[in-house]
Design a protein around this ligand. Sequence first.
Ligand SMILES: *Cc1c(COP(=O)(O)O)cnc(C)c1O
Length: 349
Amino acid sequence: MSYSPKMKQLIRPNILKMEAYQSARDTFDSADENVVLLDANENPNDSGYNRYPDPYQKRLRDRLATKYSLAPNRLMLGNGSDEILDLLIRAICEPGLDQCLVLPPTYGMYRVLSDLNNVEMLEVPLDVEFQPIPDDILKSAKATTKILFLCSPNNPTGNLLATDRVEYLLRNFNGLVVIDEAYIDFANRPSWVMRLEEFENLVVIQTLSKAYGMAGLRLGICYGQPWLISLLQKIKAPYNINSATQQLALQRLNTPETIKAEVDELITQRERLATALEEIAWVRSVYPSQANFLLVGVDDASLRYKQALGSGFVLRNRDGLPGCDQCIRISIGTPSENNLLIEQLKQLK
Ligand SMILES: *Cc1c(COP(=O)(O)O)cnc(C)c1O
């Protein structure tokens, strides 16, 4: 495996040294139907799922690689993006010694997973326009700050991070820059996956949970340099993606027109909902969104949350997050759900 010395330094020594579990399907994986598999202590009676899943998810990864015309060795799959985030921290950050860095307000799992791994989390808040402040970030980072988590479009604010600032961070931050693109299919800008060749420290995470409508299947995708991908493949649970998920995700990926139509509709609805919300007296501001949700500043977030619940709508109260005073986050529903929501919210006093 080829890594630059700078990248090799980032990897925890025990992870670099350890060897992966050799599963039965590792030693022998054949589509040859004429062999009898007696190597994995499976139940031989066909239930549809009596065999272990492909630990490398070959068909699914080949299919996903075509989206950005990549080699399949530039992507690995996780049980949701959350598993990938956890694996990245475990591969790179020495517990009790190294740090990660996040830019609040942002997705809460980065902190939960670094806490879980006993890795200190540094925080440098986004500016008033929810953009990163590169100089502050680089000043706060120590020599042992190994991962910078960026979320673009960001949750819960909905905005894309400015390209020039992200580029500056990619060039100047001395660790991995992980860009979480859970909402990228709703945005009007191409994925950072297109720039993998330019930055050896760039890692991009996507998911089938949002635009692809498969949150229940749990499938996250990590794009990165081949050295990082094989490192993550080495440490993941051998059968982390179950057979049903591999099959159903492939089926879904083979219906690109449906996915595109749903995404287009959600974007249309997002803009319509934003306009309607702006006309409500108790709404202070609707933040521009490149995702499938809106961050909405209101007069009294907990009151409006309770009232909406009384009308049958569960919103997310984001008051208390830095820069999100009296804000609620609203996911975009179907056209009829949105109609009803607008109607109900308009009537609240
Ligand atoms: C929803 C979301 C995810 C998705 O996580 P999964 O584990 O793939 O379902 C990842 N990152 C962000 C910022 C999200 O909002």
